[in-house]
Ligand binder design. Structure first.
Ligand code: GLU
Length: 291
């Protein structure tokens, strides 16, 4: 038996802030306390928004905090082939379909339903669920549009996927959800509808690359912010479909700003680089996040 494997998986699309510091320090502390390993993963599939400068900033800020991670670091944009292979398996199993609609077309469908007085269902993040229209396209129509060169994303047919799994899906939560949910929890991936598993402009998605990488890297403990609690349901479904092991999940408190709102990368005041430039020390940061 090898020990537990933790990972910190930031996206280099902005400066790290106090919330990232808390997550990284908590992962490092849990790895140290359990004799486990700590991996760092750069989640840069969004090639338009991620930059080498922000990636450098991540290494600099984590090193400054005194965090040590294993080499080599896995950078997702170097591994699109791994995600393509997983995607192919879902497509071959008939569990994904091409989705051609533009955002504008989707908005129009939803707006029309809402003017007719139907309340459109929303996902756990509050975004409208994707309409079911394209799930019903014929194979002929799909192929014709693909051959015509119409851009498309791949969406998971969540209902078919659940039927394929054939029974309830659970995960082990060792932190807790927004309503205190903890222990063995039942996943409800239906809440997300037919999610994108490969985008139009990128051959993968957040959910797909996370589950592939957590499995490839042997991650046993996913320790991350509570804002990703509900995402776990979709990630557990993908793990079941792809035959990947399920890690234990620990969703931790979010560091909130003075206004009680979640920190964002655009808020400079809690950025680690800004705080360092203002003369704060790593110990000050630990105190500020309560670790
Ligand atoms: N890359 C994600 C983020 O920066 C975190 C993914 C995860 O921990 O599962 O929010």
């Amino acid at each position: 038996m090898t020990g537990p494997v933790f990972r910190f998986a930031p996206s280099p699309n902005g400066e790290l802030h106090l919330g990232h510091a808390y997550s990284a320090l908590l992962n490092a502390r849990m790895a140290a306390e359990t004799g486990g390993r700590l991996l760092l993963r750069i989640e840069d599939i969004d090639v338009a928004r991620c930059t080498p400068q922000f990636e450098e900033g991540i290494y600099r800020d984590l090193a400054w905090l005194g965090i040590e991670w294993e080499q080599p670091v896995r950078r997702q944009s170097d591994h699109f082939d791994d995600y393509a292979e997983a995607l192919d398996r879902l497509v071959d199993a008939g569990l994904a379909y091409p989705s051609f609609m533009s955002r504008g077309e989707v908005r129009a469908i939803i707006a029309e339903a809402e003017t007719e007085g139907h309340e459109w269902p929303r996902d756990p993040d509050g975004a409208p669920l994707f309409p079911e229209t394209e799930r019903r396209l014929s194979q002929r129509e799909r192929e014709a549009r693909m051959q015509a060169g119409d851009p498309y994303a791949w969406r998971l047919d969540t209902r078919a996927a659940l039927a394929h799994v054939g029974g309830p899906i659970f995960w082990e939560e060792q932190g807790h959800g927004p309503q205190g949910q903890t222990g063995l929890l039942r996943a409800n991936p239906t809440a997300w509808g037919d999610v994108v598993i490969a985008r139009k402009e990128v051959p993968t998605s957040y959910h797909l690359s996370v589950v592939v990488d957590d499995a490839l890297q042997g991650v046993t403990h996913v320790v991350r912010g509570r804002d990703l609690f509900f995402a776990t349901a979709m990630q557990r479904l993908l793990q079941e479909l792809l035959g990947l092991p399920a890690p234990v999940y620990v969703h931790h408190d979010l560091v909130l700003g003075d206004d009680g709102r979640k920190l964002s990368k655009s808020r400079q005041d809690t950025g680690l680089a800004t705080l360092r430039a203002a003369g704060l020390t790593p110990d000050d940061i630990r105190r500020m996040v309560g670790l």
